[in-house]
Ligand binder design. Structure first.
Ligand code: F6P
Length: 336
């Protein structure tokens, strides 16, 4: 006979992302409206280790759908990476009578979830975990979309549009660093959206002459007098790139590192809606005794993937969009 789910926990872990609150809200409401109690675990996995939790009710998640950040706080826990830390976490789960956990975060969060559920199984403890992909980097292999990406793109675009005004007035070059330690999704999407002169991403080994000098030269020849260079954090430092532009191209660039601004702010419609649907699906999955899953977006629909398999999946970086960026440049038609 299927085990009846009585109580679940929800947590956010890793770097925060706009839309996490919407996912927490939907988890809590979907659970409560299906007769399941919900506990909010604070500060990610470390909250499970340290028994840092709050009882959630329908109104504890009122008025958060429109808020950036996460009401449950978030953290990256080194202790949880060790079996001893996870044993403590399992103790808390037992104490709280948790049958399942909804873990909202990135790859690291899911790796923690998988390790926890394996350790639980070894100890004969029944604990099902379901992951929801949330990171502004959009770099989770199993899901075409991750919560927070759209809002972060919009924030970066708004900032760069403002920069463009002043760069255009002064006929300057701007080097803007966007987030993305290992992934260029944010840089590329933003670059296309602002009509950047050049974009550097970690997925393509940078060649300064080809990727910057040539681009600026062609833009100059087409009559452009200001240049917008977008650099993903993982592709190099904006400060270093600006210094090279100063030395080798003779421009006097201004550097802007957008940094954590991109992680905050009210979530976009896409992030609120996706987060709500993913969290609803996560709770349904637990109710149907379908644990150790990641709720992933694939070709516009949500799918429940085995967590271990999900963690091994990779997605192809849309390199053809890099070509689109280049082909849309006004300098494209100029050949010297
Ligand atoms: O969440 C992903 C991310 O924003 C990366 O793009 C960035 O490199 C990293 O987190 C920054 O992390 P922290 O908040 O620890 O500075």
């Amino acid at each position: 006979m299927e085990k009846k789910l009585k109580r679940i926990g929800v947590l956010t872990s890793g770097g925060d992302a706009p839309g996490m609150n919407a996912a927490v809200r939907a988890t809590v409401r979907a659970a409560i409206n299906n007769g399941i109690e919900c506990i909010g675990i604070r500060r990610g996995w470390s909250g499970l280790i340290n028994s840092d939790f709050i009882q959630m009710n329908a109104s504890s998640v009122s008025h958060i759908i429109n808020k950036g950040g996460t009401m449950l706080y978030t953290a990256r826990s080194k202790e949880f990476m060790e079996p001893a830390g996870r044993a403590k976490a399992l103790g808390t789960c037992k104490l709280l009578g948790l049958d399942g956990i909804v873990a909202i975060g990135g790859d690291g969060t899911f790796r923690g979830a998988l390790a926890l559920s394996r350790q639980a199984a070894e100890a004969g403890q029944d604990l099902q975990v379901v992951g929801i992909p949330a990171t502004i980097d959009n770099d989770i292999g199993c899901s075409h979309y991750t919560i927070g990406f759209d809002t972060a793109c919009n924030t970066a675009i708004e900032c760069i549009d403002k920069l463009r005004d002043t760069m255009q007035s002064h006929e300057r070059c701007s080097v803007v660093e966007v987030m993305g330690r290992h992934a260029g999704y944010l840089a590329l999407y933003v670059g296309i959206s602002v009509g950047a002169t050049a974009v550097l991403i970690p997925e393509r080994a940078p060649d300064f002459e080809r990727d910057i000098v040539e681009k600026i030269r062609h833009a100059r020849l087409s009559g452009t007098t200001h240049y917008m260079i977008v650099v993903a954090e993982g592709a190099g430092s904006a400060v270093d790139i600006a210094a090279r532009i100063r030395e080798e191209v003779g421009l006097d660039p201004r550097v802007t590192v957008l940094g954590h601004i991109q992680r905050g702010g009210a979530p976009s419609a896409r992030d609120r809606e996706t987060a709500s649907r993913m969290a609803y699906e996560a709770v349904m999955s637990l109710i149907e005794n379908c644990g150790n899953r990641v709720i992933a977006a694939q070709n516009g629909v949500l799918v429940r993937l085995d967590m271990e398999e999900a963690l091994q999946m990779t997605k192809a970086f849309p390199m053809h969009r890099y070509q689109i960026l280049e082909d849309l440049s006004p300098a494209r038609g100029f050949h010297t």
